[in-house]
Ligand binder design. Structure first.
Ligand code: ADP
Ligand code: MG
Length: 293
């Protein structure tokens, strides 16, 4: 891509700041028939809030929050920020951490106050041999059915709580999906989050096809598979974990509100992070190509 970015606007005005890396991008835009949308930060605001803490029998809510937040303080994930913000509002100071590691697409692990701590998906706990009791599984299912994300907290080999965080769907997401269908494009939702939450959100905005619980490195594989089947794919994303998929798609659209890595990997940047700009971008480039020819 060329460093010269063209700023284009549409008749519909100021909302669609679209930055194009180079004129060659327009060519692939014309053939796009499938739009793969990342969930967190693309379809949703990506600003999560802690809505519930469900400690296991004998565990204290305060203690769970202190330990989880201390570890999550090292992560930039929206889930982590929700946990840290909630803890800071309720707990005076967070304990010291001795070790920290990010486990892409699963959560975080480390040592807090001498305890070996895991915070993330159930799969992360299971990978470390932690048994999750039925009470916590039930709490997780309840949170997920409502479209939320349930993460688990464990330390020293024992599951301690489920934390429920929830995000809000962008108010323009449903309109964006309708616009895609009007252009004959097939929308899909792609996420590392759980299936129940992904489906709840998809149905709210009118998407039928959902690929959930994918690891960050698998997002690009999903794009590859669609392309092998003959689709021309536009990928829309905002996160570090979307970068490979954005690069691999026929057309990568990065949310301008997202991370630099994603913006770097995309062909187009939607400056305002409004999903309706996806429709504007595709409509506009089709129109521009007709004018050139
Ligand atoms: P998305 O595709 O929705 O952007 P990610 O691939 O970043 O999601 O993360 C997938 C899932 O992994 C999250 O929904 C969450 O359950 C879990 N996860 C990732 N990072 C963290 C973290 N720092 N703390 C807790 N859970 C996490
Ligand atoms: Mg994202």
């Amino acid at each position: 891509a060329t460093p010269t970015a063209l700023m284009v606007g549409t008749g519909r005005g100021a909302r669609s700041g679209i930055l194009i890396k180079g004129p060659e991008v327009l060519e692939s835009t014309k053939r796009v028939d499938t739009v793969v949308l990342d969930k967190t930060g693309t379809v949703t605001e990506g600003r999560m809030e802690l809505v519930d803490v469900r400690p296991a029998d004998g565990e204290s809510e305060q203690e769970v929050l202190r330990i989880a937040a201390a570890l999550e303080d090292g992560s930039e994930h929206p889930v982590a920020r929700a946990v840290v913000d909630a803890a800071r509002a309720r707990v005076r100071n967070l304990p010291e951490i001795q070790e920290f590691a990010n486990v892409e697409g699963l959560g975080v692990r480390g040592v807090v106050d001498g305890r070996t701590v895991l915070v993330g998906r159930q799969r992360l706990l299971e990978q470390h041999g932690v048994v999750v009791p039925d009470s916590l599984r039930t709490a997780r299912d309840e949170a997920e059915r409502k479209g939320g994300t349930a993460i688990m907290v464990a330390w020293d080999g024992k599951a301690r709580a489920v934390l429920a965080v929830s995000d809000t769907v962008k108010p323009t997401a449903a309109e964006a999906v309708r616009g895609m269908r009007e252009l004959g494009l097939k929308p899909m939702l792609l996420t590392g989050d759980n299936r129940a939450a992904a489906e709840a959100i998809a149905s709210r905005i009118g998407i039928e096809e959902v690929v959930a619980e994918v690891l960050p490195e698998e997002k690009a594989d999903v794009v590859d598979r669609l392309r092998e089947r003959g689709s021309t794919v536009a990928m829309v994303g905002d996160g570090v974990n979307d970068a490979a998929a954005l690069a691999r798609a026929d057309l990568g659209l990065a949310m301008g509100t997202g991370t630099d890595v994603a913006i770097e990997a995309g062909d187009l940047t939607l400056v305002r992070g409004d999903p309706r700009a996806v429709v504007d971008a595709i409509r506009l480039s089709r129109r521009t190509l007709r004018t050139i020819k």
